[in-house]
Design a protein around this ligand. Structure first.
Ligand code: FES
Length: 162
């Protein structure tokens, strides 16, 4: 996504202008950058460091310390397979395997067309529906290997993104 064209640099500058340029604003600035690009592009860190009081090492420090930040691009839609206890017992491993086969990627990877990222997450908070998968902002429960592949069909049919 962001190879940081002029347009992207303008977006980065606008975020910094809105949130603030001093070092105490590093977290909210990076949060907004991630909201815009869905990860923290290297070029964004370089741009922020070049135009504010924040240094590249400070920004990297923050971006790598907090697990909320991603330093590599993700797909348009993120598919999160719950591997919490109830879902693990209910067959989460099989759901991940079925999705890996359907998407042609391994857990943690993104499809080559940048459409989907597959991840494992901890309890999604709806254990009574175990095993559970969240795709975009939709939650799917009581899944099995067959049903889980239909999630992709649902997304291809115009499901919500991220
Ligand atoms: S363990 Fe999966 S939703 Fe709680």
């Amino acid at each position: 996504m962001c190879q940081c064209e002029a347009n992207d640099l303008e977006k980065i500058d606008a975020i910094v202008g809105r949130i603030g340029a001093d070092a105490t604003r590093a977290i909210p600035v990076l949060q907004e950058i991630q909201k815009e690009f869905h990860y923290i592009p290297l070029k964004a860190i370089e741009r922020i460091a070049a135009t504010t009081e924040m240094t590249e090492s400070q920004l990297y420090g923050v971006a790598t310390f907090y697990s909320q930040f991603r330093l590599s691009p993700v797909g348009e839609k993120i598919i999160r397979v719950c591997h919490g206890t109830a879902c693990h017992v209910g067959g989460a491993e099989g759901l991940t395997e079925a999705l890996e086969a359907r998407l042609g990627i391994k857990n943690g990877e993104t499809t080559a067309d940048m459409k989907y990222t597959l991840e494992s997450v901890a309890c999604l908070g709806c254990c009574s529906l175990a095993p559970v998968v969240m795709a975009g902002d939709k939650t799917y429960g009581k899944l099995d290997r067959k049903k889980v592949a239909r999630i992709i069909d649902d997304l291809e049919g115009g499901g919500e993104s991220r």
